[in-house]
Write a protein that binds this ligand. Sequence first.
Ligand SMILES: [Zn+2]
Length: 241
Amino acid sequence: MVDKYKLARKTRVDKKIAVEEKKKTDTEKQDNIREMVVKKQLLARYSMADWAPKTVLGKKVKSGEIKSLDEILAKGLKILEPQIIDFFLELTEKVVDTKKTSYVRMSGRRYSFRATVLIGDKRGYLGLGTEKDPDKLTAIAKAAKKARLNVIKVNHGCGAWECNCGTPHSIPYKVNGKCGGVKVELKPAPKGTGLVVAKAIKEVFNLCNINDVWGRGFGSTGTTLNFVKATIDALSKTNRW
Ligand SMILES: [Zn+2]
């Protein structure tokens, strides 16, 4: 009888040790996954300090041959390295929208994230980028990288006849934009009006330093992403002269 009890106790202790060891390996696995994610984020981000330009445009920018971003945009040259934008501008980033998407494989459902990031320098440059990745933070980092490649310039002015002050606090004239099922109309407003636009697109005007504007949205403005894209489409038409 005594032997039986001893045996049972021994097996119980063995089981406890096995469970603890399994817990340890699990935490190690999680640590490994966390390390992988951090490495991925670092790859998605980049450092300006050790930037070695690969394109002709990048080499010209770093050597000082091209002195401003306007020069590049006026010539219509394609920007392939995000560091070029960081070289000229001090940017602030804003995550506009994230969404969990899914697709089906033999083994079951897989999930990934779609992130959209808006960048601006609070003077007149704007950019929007969308990217996907299984990890949410990596998707945001990738989108911020892509937003730099789609930079546009917004022209300021005072197009309101009520105001006629001549300072650049609004847009120069009425513009229209469109994306998918959303249409946007923006009108210049007199000084002190503020942003009379929908809440979803207020951040766009804050990031390019427009203080007074009247705006109207038509169509399915519930889709935030298309609403923001339509607004940027409208603002890109302010520099068409
Ligand atoms: Zn004015």
